[in-house]
Design a binder for this molecule. Structure first.
Ligand SMILES: *Cc1c(COP(=O)(O)O)cnc(C)c1O
Length: 342
């Protein structure tokens, strides 16, 4: 019996032996007291990659996102975010609880466009909430890892700027957007006051994200990180995993994207399946109306494959470095056949 193929998320990867060795060997200090050399090395590298003055290492992307909202908004104001964004759906209403802002949703699938953003803007009124921040996400996870091209991202940010909003980019999978399009990372980050990137998705680190931006914004983010309990001591052990991921797993993202395309083409052989063509490493499959997401996931699990149930009618499969091309092909055939045979 072969082991389970787990395509629920790209967060399920286990650190490879080389990564664990790099963690064990990491040179460390006390990052709260006077700095950890490996954390500093990672932060410098990320700032350089993203073209910002500084970057800060965070235990999670969620904390980095929340620190960004805290740093770039003001309590008692409103921020704009897509109704299917991570910030809105998967962070425990942190923006309300921690930054004291309300979220005004930009509605309309699959991601923010100029039209949906325009539709979400309030007409000026003395009595309406003031808006302080526009939050963007690239790739957009809820839309199946969809890429917003850099020029479009810049156009969205320009709308925000014209209203004096700060701009935040949740780039948990910005690496994927870069690898899929060849667009330089800096072309994506240029329009944002702060960008979050993750090491624990496609790059295979156990935990870790970074927030990058100007020195002034990073100073505020440092304050938030400490307040939220994210000041870490010998965190070089974790930063070493991130550095290893950047060194050894970046190129593998292209393979994840190839696997996603292959997966999508196999599942699409079932005439009743509606597969969203993947831009990157996530494949969303919409089921025919007589099939329910949890039933499909259950049947797949009985055959050794795990998918996530994105909604009652949508199955999500995420490619990652612990799923080989053969694994992905097998998983796709199983999903195709479940849809075809029911
Ligand atoms: C995973 C993810 C996060 C949060 O990262 P964690 O490290 O799991 O907290 C934020 N935004 C997006 C788009 C993500 O996919």
């Amino acid at each position: 019996m072969s082991s389970v193929i787990d395509l629920r998320s790209d967060t399920v990867t286990k650190p490879v032996p080389g990564m664990r060795r790099a963690m064990a060997d990491a040179e460390v200090g006390d990052d709260v007291l006077d700095g950890d050399p490996t954390v500093q090395r990672l932060e410098h590298r990320v700032a350089e990659m993203l073209g910002t003055e500084r970057a800060l290492f965070f235990p999670t992307g969620t904390m980095a996102n929340q620190a960004a909202v805290w740093a770039l908004s003001r309590p008692g104001t409103e921020i704009l975010a897509h109704d299917d964004s991570h910030l809105v759906n998967w962070e425990m209403a942190g923006a309300a609880a921690l930054a004291g802002v309300q979220v005004r949703l930009v509605r309309g699938a699959p991601r923010i466009t100029r039209d949906t953003l325009a539709a979400a803007l309030r007409s000026p009124s003395q009595d309406a909430p003031r808006c302080t921040l526009l939050a963007l996400e690239n790739t957009h996870a809820g839309a199946g890892g969809m890429v917003t091209p850099a020029d479009e991202l810049a156009a969205l940010a320009a709308v925000g700027r014209s209203m004096k909003l700060a701009v935040f980019l949740d780039g948990a999978r910005l690496w994927n957007a870069h690898v899929a399009t060849g667009t330089p990372l800096t072309d994506f980050t240029r329009c944002a006051d702060a960008t979050m990137v993750s090491f624990s998705k496609g790059l295979g680190a156990p935990v870790g994200s970074a927030l990058a931006g100007s020195a002034a914004v990073m100073e505020a983010a440092w304050e938030a990180r400490k307040r939220f309990g994210g000041g870490m001591r010998q965190s070089g052990i974790l930063a070493a995993a991130a550095i290893y991921g950047l060194d050894h797993h970046y190129d593998g993202l292209a393979e994840d994207h190839r696997n996603a395309k292959r997966f999508a083409s196999i599942v699409a052989e079932a005439p009743a399946a509606r597969v969203v063509p993947p831009d990157t490493n996530i494949v969303m499959t919409d089921l025919p109306s007589h099939l329910d997401g949890s039933t499909v996931a259950q049947r797949a699990q009985e055959q050794g494959v795990r998918f996530s149930v994105w909604s009652s009618s949508r199955i999500r499969a995420v490619m990652h470095l612990d799923a080989s091309a053969a694994d992905v092909e097998r998983a796709a055939i199983i999903l195709r056949d479940i849809i075809q045979q029911s």
